[in-house]
Design a protein around this ligand. Structure first.
Ligand code: NAD
Length: 372
């Protein structure tokens, strides 16, 4: 069976779905590994580093692969170039990508969406979203520090005492917790809020203060560990209650997401206007519409003297480690699907069935099908 890794085609995407260190693992499982020349170049892995580990180069890798490993969802053209009946493993943006998902079904592609990996203990090593959130949370803090007109830590110098930066994290999931840890290491005073009450202890264990808001959050978490969407009224009250924390902060890092929905707007223009000049907001929810009303996805905008950053691909800016982590999750998932060197799909297994979007010409994932 041929495992194929194409070069990513989305502008600015520097990650690759397989790193050289993992080639021997696939070969030991009886697989052949082929990459499009240059696939790993921008992640720091020239072709030679894959060849040394026993992979081959194949200019038309999509046409040759039985299993395609990829970071970004395929374009319609890439689906067209894949072998009929091949398997795809990668991000699929399953709720925002209807034409590509239909094209996968039409070409009888078995497509797995890494976003839909169930949150089970045994799936942790295949959790690509958490891996990429770790990168994003870390980098968001560095972006803010790089643009902030002040120090992060308390500095007592002969030239005066510099007070520490106050940083607020809204949404303390994987990215938020990583942002808290990174900001604490740089010496900021950190506060965080999340609608899932279970998070309080995790926030405090990282040395940050949990912001308590008088909101009813008993049902805030679904069975899968994700946040549930709330009513407009809930978000309006949340905005009111967060005003004080946001305007007291020099930096806000927002990561609040609800799977399959537009990100909730939690930071209003009024809040931004109340922040000190020079403050920075890094909105990690930008790709899902943003947690700040002023966010422009993919851009940095200055509004009311506050820099509102809307990065949409922070993992792509740290391609070496992001690729290493991503490749580990996809190859672990591939290994889960293998038996004696070929794919063996047990559709009664939640771990196989959960991320499966198209199979044998059908869109088999219920929620994705409903969205189509
Ligand atoms: P996510 O990226 O979907 O959302 C980010 C955070 O935003 C979440 O913590 C969510 O509760 C929060 N949020 C949503 N609406 C909000 C609002 N209105 N105000 C404030 N915060 C809001 O979530 P995630 O970071 O991918 O994961 C969330 C949690 O799932 C993790 O903290 C972890 O406990 C759990 N998890 C479990 C596993 C596993 O068991 N395999 C793997 C990864 C994560």
């Amino acid at each position: 069976m041929v495992i194929g890794v194409p070069k990513e085609t989305v502008a600015g995407e520097r990650r690759v779905a397989l790193v050289p260190e993992l080639v021997p693992k696939l070969k030991e499982a009886g697989l052949e590994v082929r990459l499009e020349p240059g696939a790993g170049q921008s992640a720091g892995h020239p072709d030679g580093s894959y060849l040394e580990k026993g992979a081959q180069m194949a200019p038309d890798v999509l046409a040759e692969a039985d299993v395609v490993l990829k970071v970004r969802p395929p374009s319609a053209d890439e689906v067209e170039r894949m072998k009929e009946g091949a398997t795809f493993i990668g991000f699929l943006a399953p709720y925002a990508n209807a034409p590509v998902i239909r094209a996968c079904a039409d070409r009888r592609i078995t497509a797995f969406s890494m976003e839909l990996m169930p949150r089970l203990a045994r799936a942790q090593s295949m959790d690509a979203l958490s891996a990429m959130s770790t990168v994003a949370g870390y980098k968001a803090v560095l972006l803010a520090a790089g643009r902030l007109p002040r120090f992060f830590p308390l500095l007592m110098t002969a030239a005066g005492t510099m007070t520490p930066t106050r940083l607020l994290v809204v949404g303390a999931g994987v990215a938020g917790l990583q942002a808290i840890g990174t900001a604490r290491r740089l010496g900021a005073l950190v506060e965080a809020y999340d609608t899932r009450p279970a998070v309080k202890e995790q926030v405090e264990s990282l040395g940050a203060k949990f912001v308590v808001l008088d909101l009813e959050t008993k049902d805030a978490e679904d069975k899968g560990g994700y946040a549930r969407g709330q009513s407009e009224e809930f978000y309006r009250r949340q905005q009111e209650m967060m005003l004080k924390s946001v305007t007291a902060a020099d930096v806000v890092i927002s990561t609040a997401l609800v799977p399959g929905q537009r990100a909730p707007v939690l930071i209003t223009e009024e809040m931004v206007r109340g922040m000190r000049p020079g403050s920075v907001i890094v909105d990690l929810a930008a790709e899902q519409g943003g947690n700040c009303a002023l966010t422009v996805p993919g851009e940095d905008v200055l509004r009311h003297d506050v820099l509102v950053m809307g990065p949409t691909n922070l993992p792509g800016t740290m391609p070496l480690h992001a690729s290493e982590m991503y490749a580990t999750t996809v190859t672990n998932f591939l290994a889960h699907l293998l038996k004696d060197g070929s794919l063996h799909l047990d559709l009664t297994d939640e771990l196989t069935r959960g991320p499966l979007v198209t199979h044998q010409g059908e869109v088999v994932h219920e929620a994705v099908r409903a969205r189509l």
